[in-house]
Design a protein around this ligand. Structure first.
Ligand code: ATP
Length: 449
């Protein structure tokens, strides 16, 4: 993928309403983004597919939805308030801009630089800067009211480990999954939605007997890579990168990233970590609560080890857009003059596409055709994300749907009035087939899921 592709993604995101800068009428805000109508659908579909794969299809995994705000004691015990969860920074003595000293100039940092990349001022020695976002709970803004927006959804899972054990019929090995917002006061956010200060994570914490940790780590590594491939990403754009011992996060015994080949280089999209018993043993120590697992069959007591898979929902949106965006020069859908223009086609997996089916009356000035098309749309909309579109030539409408990745278009024409059939066009293969309009739901169900 080339860097022009990043420009093409940015332009598509803006033009078709996938993603907008936050507070744009006030000039935007601090690398924060909002999802528009199509972006919200795409992101929801990614989250739904993740949940289906991780929670719905695994009997030994349950989901939770914990609060963003938690007792600050959670973050003391987890190590996030200490140096462990901090990035190394240098500050310019002249303009006071801060830069990551472990990231290169291209990545917005100042690694290896002697002077400020912005104003050439002198840089300070590197020091650690904590990434937790602080707030105050209640009307008084003093230290006793200080709280933090969660920096990872994982801690909300650990807070519910005992609740789940006590109320569900799970036994080790089992997993708890969660999707939700996380916040980090990143020093150098950037590359569109790749790194932001508010983002969403899709995390699984899988609890195992310590001696099984390595084997289960290997299983989840493969399974998570397989998910990206099953969701249609190109194999050549994905790879594993094992962490060196020196770069491990403060809680990790071992870690592997799944990386994607972005226009700005190979970067992490998901981390798979062996967190050992770091979290449960530290929370037990700090809270005084017994968090050891007691095997109901053998009576053995131990802290389970935790294998974590931690993916970013927003980063995934960027990845799926990047991987599926294709520029087709010469046109593939138009037969008119403008067919010489380049066309954008989003070749995204059908189950992730924002709109599943577009219903298009061939002409808009013939009431029998438009009302038949509307009836088909009405019959589909409860079960499928469908859209009705009668604006512009049929070629132009196909093109509009191709650009946002709609896998199927249904065209209602004059023949439909007599034989009740429609043309069903497949975006990927460009084939058109004639099917009975009553068969559309069956057809879509078997193609989409
Ligand atoms: P990085 O090295 O990119 O800062 P990390 O190693 O700190 O990432 P983890 O703590 O392992 O990230 O978080 C797991 C996943 O959460 C990442 O793979 C990424 O998809 C997502 N993520 C983390 N930080 C951000 C962020 N600032 N913006 C968007 N997504 C993020």
């Amino acid at each position: 993928m080339s860097s022009d592709n990043l420009d093409a993604i940015l332009s598509l995101a803006k033009r078709r309403g996938f993603i907008f800068p936050s507070s744009s009428i006030y000039g935007g805000f601090s690398s924060v983004y909002d999802y528009g109508p199509l972006g919200a659908e795409l992101k929801n579909n990614i989250k739904k597919e993740w949940w289906r794969r991780v929670v719905q299809t695994n009997e030994d995994i349950v989901g939770v939805d914990s609060a963003i705000l938690m007792s600050p004691k959670v973050w003391e015990a987890s190590g996030h308030l200490s140096a462990g969860f901090a990035d190394p920074l240098v500050e310019c003595k002249k303009c006071h801009e801060r830069f990551r000293s472990d990231k290169s100039r291209e990545e917005g940092g100042a690694m290896g630089e002697k002077e400020c990349p912005k104003c050439k001022g002198e840089l300070t020695e590197s020091r650690k800067f904590n990434l937790m976002m602080k707030t105050f709970v209640g009307p008084v803004e003093d230290d006793s009211a200080a709280a933090y927006l969660r920096a990872e959804t994982a801690q909300g899972i650990f807070m519910n480990y005992k609740n789940v054990l006590d109320t569900s019929r799970v036994k080790v090995p089992f997993g708890i999954a969660q999707i939700g917002k996380a916040f980090r006061n990143e020093i150098t956010p950037g590359n569109f939605i790749f790194r932001t200060r508010e983002f969403e994570q899709m995390e699984l914490e899988y609890f195992v007997k310590p001696e099984k940790a390595e084997q289960v780590f290997e299983y989840w590594k493969k399974e998570r890579m397989k998910w990206y491939l099953d969701m249609g990403l190109k194999e050549e754009n994905l790879r594993f990168r094992d962490h060196e011992k020196t770069e491990l996060a403060h809680y990790a015994r071992s870690a592997t990233d799944i990386e994607y080949k972005f226009p700005f280089g190979w970067k992490e999209i998901e981390g798979i970590h062996d967190r050992g018993d770091w979290d449960l043993s530290n929370h037990a120590k700090h809270s005084g609560e017994e968090l050891k697992y007691r095997d109901p069959d053998t009576g053995e007591e131990y802290y389970p080890y935790v294998i974590e898979t931690s993916a970013g929902a927003d980063r995934s949106v960027l990845v799926f857009l990047a991987d599926s965006l294709e520029r087709v020069s010469g046109g593939r859908t138009m037969t008119t003059e403008s067919s010489r223009d380049e066309e954008i086609v989003l070749n995204i997996a059908a189950n992730l596409a924002p709109i599943k089916v577009a219903i298009l009356p061939l002409v808009k000035n013939k009431l029998e055709i438009t009302s038949k098309a509307r009836n088909i749309f009405e019959a589909l909309k409860n079960n499928f994300m469908a859209r009705y579109d009668e604006q512009g030539s049929i070629g132009r409408r196909y093109r509009r749907q191709d650009e946002i990745g709609t896998p199927y278009c249904v065209t209602v024409d004059f023949d439909s009035l007599s034989d009740n059939t429609v043309t069903l066009r497949d975006r990927k293969t460009m084939t058109q087939e004639r099917i009975a309009s009553d068969d559309i739901p069956k057809y879509l169900l078997c193609k989409l899921y």
